[in-house]
Design a protein around this ligand. Sequence first.
Ligand SMILES: Nc1ncnc2c1ncn2[C@@H]1O[C@H](COP(=O)(O)OP(=O)(O)OP(=O)(O)O)[C@@H](O)[C@H]1O
Ligand SMILES: O=c1ccn([C@@H]2O[C@H](COP(=O)(O)OP(=O)(O)O)[C@@H](O)[C@H]2O)c(=O)[nH]1
Ligand SMILES: [Mg+2]
Length: 176
Amino acid sequence: HDCLPVYFRQRWPSSRRKTRFTGGVERTLVAVKPDGVQRRYVGQIIQRFEKRGFKLVGLKMLQASDGLLSQHYRELVKKPFYPNLVDYMTSGPVVAMVWEGLNVVQSSRRMVGPTNPAEAPAGTVRGDLSLHVSRNVVHASDSVEGAEREIKLWFEGKELLNWECYDHSLTYKEDK
Ligand SMILES: Nc1ncnc2c1ncn2[C@@H]1O[C@H](COP(=O)(O)OP(=O)(O)OP(=O)(O)O)[C@@H](O)[C@H]1O
Ligand SMILES: O=c1ccn([C@@H]2O[C@H](COP(=O)(O)OP(=O)(O)O)[C@@H](O)[C@H]2O)c(=O)[nH]1
Ligand SMILES: [Mg+2]
């Protein structure tokens, strides 16, 4: 977390009152998959994260390679659907981004919805925009450790920017 701005380096104190934060300020990898790009959903997906209050700190469009995907999906390489997954993920450009904010890993997973769109509630990206598990529009890291690993895989350090949102004090309550 050395690359986070100074005011983010501490974890949020778990509160004296009812409100409890499970985590601190985190970063996560979100990627619009080739079907999402082809269907022109990039703007809508970015907008959901902006509206929620998260901060965009990295963004690029790329053609994913087999090598990158075998590392990204290293837990899935033995699965029977893995060759199809690679065909899907290399079928066109992917838009990869890094979002930063309080509990962003868990919150973005909730915004994206379950892997299978059939189980994804309306209001989630997958529940609103997709039907089939093999065309589920978007990726989001599923743990803080996974996010750190994936961000290193998809981005170089210099591609991630530290910047201050002017509305920070409106979206965060910082304890004195
Ligand atoms: N049973 C399956 N059949 C076909 N495709 C699958 C299946 N399970 C997973 N996939 C595909 O592999 C991807 C990775 O599976 P994973 O279990 O990591 O789901 P996820 O974490 O929800 O997705 P992602 O990692 O892309 O965000 C899924 O998003 C989906 O596209
Ligand atoms: O049975 C499956 C499971 C997963 N996937 C694809 O593999 C991706 C990664 O799977 P993971 O389990 O990581 O799900 P996610 O994290 O994407 O929800 C999914 O998003 C799907 O695109 C698939 O095609 N079939
Ligand atoms: Mg996954």
